[in-house]
Design a protein around this ligand. Sequence first.
Ligand code: HEM
Length: 499
Amino acid sequence: MRLAFVPFLAVAVALQPAFCTPSSVLKPRTRTNSLLISPAALPALPSAQQAASASADAGLNLTNIQGDILIGMKKNKELFFFFTIINSTLFRSQLGSGILPLITPTSQLLAVDTQPTTAVNLAFSQRGLTTLDITDDLGDTAFANGQIDNVASILGDETSNWESAFAGTSIHGVFLLASDTVDNVNATLSQIQALLNGSITEAYSLQGQARPADQQGHEHFGFMDGISNPAVTGFSTPLPGQQVIDPGLFLLGETGDTVTRPAWAKDGSFLAFRQLQQRVPEFNKFLVDNALSNPNLTADQNAELLGARMMGRWKSGAPVDLTPTVDDPVLAADPQRNNNFNYSHPGFDLDTDQTHCPFSAHLRKTNPRAGLTPENTANHIIRAGIPYGPEVTDAENASNVSSTDPSLERGLAFVAYQSDINAGFAFLQQFWANNAGYGVDPIIGTDGLGQPDVPRSPSGLDPADPTRIITIEQDFVVSRGGEYFFSPSLSAIQNTLAI
Ligand code: HEM
């Protein structure tokens, strides 16, 4: 057992000139299989050695940055345990010696033999920090005001659909517990609750899990997800087509973060959480009812084509910009090629031509790539969500209607990391997805006024006639609410939050 620590310690020491809690390093190592999923389409994580060298060059301390922030959508099982702090002194007294040793830094996730049984991350809402008597201004008004403040005018949510916990005042923080089994997650949650000794109560929880078998890595509509996160300088080596973004866009106090922050907030990140319900049978019915009319395709293929054009990728993950009429699963599974596009082509008029990809496609809305010059380096997020809820039942498939049984609700536990929520998640939702300019995003767009099921008219869905409007009468994604959190560094937990 001790021998297994040696390689990790060697890497950990190399990675962390400035900060090291022995407790964060000396964790039981029992893993022989990864707690992360690795579908072929998704960019691989850097090896510990690669990350050590890149982070040393960029001055990033990967042993101090919570693990969820930089790794993207790769969790197998993940529990979001939202809590209320009912005894702040007791809570703070248990944070340093009790909880900190369980918190998983980035460095620990990069090799199987250094991964814990359950990866634990911890983040606080503004209300939570205030409850802990941490009154410093972190420099982010969206975080300070909470997500409920953004609800209708910015995000376009209908508040009556919100889970009551998100609409209320009880959420002070969230534990993110990731593993390969729900049993592991639950055992770690029990351990945390015992350590915290009654100082918190559960406000709400949501169990996420990767979808089964060949759907692993796909969200509930069936599309491979998590392919096009940006490469972060100091962490990942860019793949062809992958945008390279300064770490300060995601980590406070790092290169590219221009806001003045309290020193202790360095290497923390703002976490935008959203529970996004997906009406899968209704989405599928819409595709069948509005199938396109390419004469070389079957009716099913024409339905798939409409879905691919709404998303910007085929279900396999292949981008429609590279393969506009037929799916290409080999391209989809090749990270050297599956993100290498920018919507421009020789002889193409980028401002008018939607034959490859509609302007309104979810992918293009949330990252217009060459559609913006100069290249946009200001509005990016790292997506780290996971599907939640069961597979569609036979009865739902037969009726084309989602069940109203709460235990059958399914969707995306959406997580976005950024150093400025108004430039990250909130910007993407408000100014791009909800913007009617090129047609509202057919997946996540709303009218921006907090009204449900307002008909949307995304442009360009039919390649045979881009002026044809295929009206979407119904929301396929329904926001059930969320909150903004701050995910502090390990040193901030030890030196500022713990007493
Ligand atoms: C249930 C809701 C959602 C579903 C089903 C969904 C699905 C997807 C899928 C399948 C992809 C393509 C895979 C990939 O490139 O990684 C994607 C990409 C993306 N999504 Fe979403 N998404 C949802 C919500 C959101 C939200 C709320 C935002 C932000 C406001 C967002 C932002 C993005 C971004 C930035 C990309 C990558 C674009 C690029 O770089 O090309 N998504 N999404």
